[in-house]
Design a protein. Structure first.
Length: 299
C-alpha cells in the first residue's frame, strides 16, 4: 500500500531519481537497489523514482525494469512512493512498460517526452494520453527538452491536466516564466527536475523535487523545503547557496556518472556503469571530492 498523499502532493515532496546499482560483472544488483532505496527513505525521501534516466533506463531491459520495481517496492513501498519510469519514444512500448510497472507494484508512473523523433504537440498529447489510459496509476509528466528535443508547450500541459490520472509534472525545462503560467493554468502538482532551480521553482508554485543530489543531501533538501513552506526566505536561500557547489559538482559531467562515483566514495551501493556511460577520470574524481566538500558533504 502506497503512503498517503494529497492532490497537492500526490507523490510526496522530496523524491530521489535513483541510480540502478550494478554488480561488478554488470548485472542489475537487486540487493544493492533495495539497500540504496532503504538508505534514501531513511534519509527523508518521500518517494523513489526507478527506471529513469538516472537509473540508466536506456540500457536496462524490460525484464530488468520490472525486477527493479518489484525489489524497491518490497524494500520501501510501505514507506515511500515508488514511481516507475515508463517513458520511451515509442508509444506502444511505453504502454507495455506502464502495464508491467503496474503489475510489479509501482505506485505511479513517470512519462518522459518522446525523444529523438521530435513529435508535434498533438503527438505529445496523444502519446501521454495513451500512457495514462493504459493503467490505473497516477502519472507524472517529465518535460526535459534538453534531452528530448521538444518541450511540452503550456497549452498541451493544460490539455493533459484534464486527464484524471495525469496529476503532476517534473519540470526540467529551465524556464521559470513558462513554469509560472503552466502551474497557474494547469493546477498540476509541480516538481523541480533541475536541482539548481529547486528553490526558484518553489517560489513560483512547485510543491517539491525529483532530485539527483538527493542521493547525498536529502536532509538539506528537506530543510530548504521546510524553510520555504514556513515563509523563512532567508533560511531557504542560505541552504540553497550552501548547496551550490553540490549542484555544480554533480553536473560537471553526466549526472549518473558523478552520482555513482559519489555513492562509491560513501560506501553505498552503486557499481559500474553501462556503456555508453563511463567512469570519472582520477582528475574528475578529485574535482568531485572538492565540490562535495565545499557543499558540506562528508565523504
Amino acid at each position: 500500500m502506497a503512503p498517503t498523499s494529497t492532490p497537492q502532493t500526490p507523490f510526496g515532496r522530496v523524491l530521489t531519481a535513483m541510480v540502478t546499482p550494478f554488480t561488478a560483472d554488470g548485472a542489475v544488483d537487486l540487493d544493492g537497489a533495495q539497500r540504496l532505496a532503504t538508505h534514501l527513505v531513511d534519509a527523508g525521501n518521500d518517494g523513489i523514482v526507478v527506471n529513469g534516466t538516472t537509473g540508466e533506463s536506456p540500457t536496462t531491459s524490460d525484464a530488468e525494469k520490472a525486477q527493479l520495481v518489484r525489489a524497491v517496492v518490497e524494500a520501501v513501498g510501505d514507506r515511500a512512493h515508488v514511481v516507475a519510469g515508463a517513458g520511451t519514444n515509442d508509444t506502444h512500448h511505453s504502454i507495455e512498460l506502464a502495464r508491467a510497472a503496474e503489475q510489479a507494484g509501482a505506485h505511479g508512473l513517470l512519462a518522459v517526452t518522446p525523444y529523438y523523433n521530435k513529435p508535434p504537440q498533438e503527438g505529445l498529447f496523444r502519446h501521454f494520453t495513451a500512457v495514462a489510459d493504459a493503467t490505473e496509476l497516477p502519472v507524472m509528466l517529465y518535460d526535459i527538452p534538453g534531452r528530448s528535443g521538444v518541450p511540452i508547450n503550456t497549452e498541451t500541459i493544460v490539455r493533459l491536466a484534464e486527464h484524471p490520472r495525469i496529476v503532476a509534472n517534473k519540470d526540467a525545462k529551465g524556464d521559470l516564466g513558462r513554469a509560472s503560467w503552466a502551474i497557474a493554468r494547469s493546477r498540476l502538482a509541480w516538481y523541480s527536475g533541475d536541482d539548481m532551480l529547486n528553490l526558484p521553482l518553489l517560489s513560483v508554485g512547485a510543491v517539491g523535487f525529483v532530485s539527483v543530489v538527493g542521493h547525498l543531501v536529502t536532509p538539506e533538501l528537506r530543510a530548504l523545503l521546510s524553510a520555504h513552506l514556513a515563509g523563512d526566505v532567508a533560511k531557504a536561500t542560505e541552504i540553497h547557496q550552501k548547496l551550490l557547489p553540490v549542484f555544480t559538482g554533480m553536473f560537471r559531467t553526466q549526472g549518473v556518472i558523478t552520482t555513482k562515483a559519489a555513492l562509491a566514495l560513501k560506501g553505498l551501493p552503486a557499481g559500474p556503469l553501462r556503456l555508453p556511460l563511463v567512469e570519472l577520470s582520477p582528475e574528475e574524481t578529485e574535482q568531485l571530492k572538492r565540490d562535495l566538500s565545499a557543499g558540506g558533504v562528508e565523504l
